[in-house]
Write a protein that binds this ligand. Structure first.
Ligand SMILES: O=C(O)[C@H](O)[C@@H](O)[C@H](O)[C@H](O)COP(=O)(O)O
Length: 257
């Protein structure tokens, strides 16, 4: 697993703009290298604000949106079009504004009829497995970048501290009783998150500072799931100063004066 790199920006606005610029560059580079690219999106304030910043960037059209596969790291198990679904928010922030190929937008199944979060998780695992041929990853496609937010308790995607989902060995897990509403969710598991080439944790705000300190200070992934989120080639902690405030001096590199 990769050693995390830490970059600290002045505030949440600069962070989000810098992550958007970095994401555009990473996707352009991936497309230049292997023809297409794939990204895993996250819900949450920082993740959705990043997508909004990508849409507003003058460099937005540098990405070939039709050659991008779009996945989600987690979803709030709600009906299609619900404003709280991560998919709905990502569409409004970015996907409705760029020429994506609808066949390459892999949203997690919405709540509907008798479908359970576990059914939705199994269905998403099948879709992931159907896309594995590209560059030989096992059980999941080769994600170029997987974005994550981090909760004040150290959760990532919908993997919450001490939750049974952390001990589930399926690639995608149904989650019930999540402490962050809504209680029913669907999430990639840590092993699938760890199959990504690059994992970027985008974190802003003083309420996240203890979780950031614990995740980077040697806590285990059952107590602090963010500690277990690492990429194959890179793990990037992209922070604002408030979220980095409890890190030992010298650990992070201030990037924005
Ligand atoms: O569906 C969700 O809510 C998430 O994907 C979740 O893991 C989120 O990313 C974090 O809770 C951080 O969210 P904030 O950036 O809003 O604090």
């Amino acid at each position: 697993m990769t050693t995390p790199t830490i970059v600290i920006h002045r505030d949440a606005d600069v962070l989000v703009q810098a992550v958007a610029a970095r994401l555009i560059t990473r996707l352009v580079d991936a497309q230049a290298t292997h023809g297409d690219a794939s990204v895993v999106l996250t819900g949450g304030t920082a993740g959705i604000a990043t997508l909004r910043a990508v849409a507003a960037s003058p460099a937005c059209s540098a990405v070939d949106w039709s050659a991008l596969s779009i996945w989600w790291g987690d979803e709030r198990f709600l009906p299609s079009g619900d404003p709280d679904r991560n998919e709905t928010q990502a569409r409004a922030a970015l996907l409705d504004h760029v020429p994506v190929d609808p066949a390459r937008v892999f949203a997690m199944p919405p709540a509907s009829g008798d479908l359970t979060p576990e059914d939705a998780a199994a269905a998403y695992a099948d879709v992931l497995a159907g896309q594995t041929e590209k560059r030989l990853h096992v059980g999941a496609p080769a994600f170029d970048v997987l974005l994550l937010g981090v909760g004040p308790d150290g959760h990532v995607a919908s993997l919450f501290p001490e939750h049974p989902a952390l001990h589930d060995d399926r690639p995608v897990v149904g989650v019930r009783g999540a402490p962050k509403p809504p209680p029913e969710r669907v999430s990639l598991s840590l092993p699938v998150i760890r199959s990504a080439d690059e994992v970027w944790l985008v974190v802003a705000g003083a309420d996240k500072a203890p979780a950031v300190r614990l995740a980077l200070g040697g806590s285990g992934p059952v107590q602090i799931p963010a500690a277990g989120a690492q990429g194959q080639r890179a793990t990037r902690w992209l922070l604002d100063r408030a979220a980095a405030a409890e890190l030992p001096p010298g650990l992070g590199r201030p990037a924005s004066p």
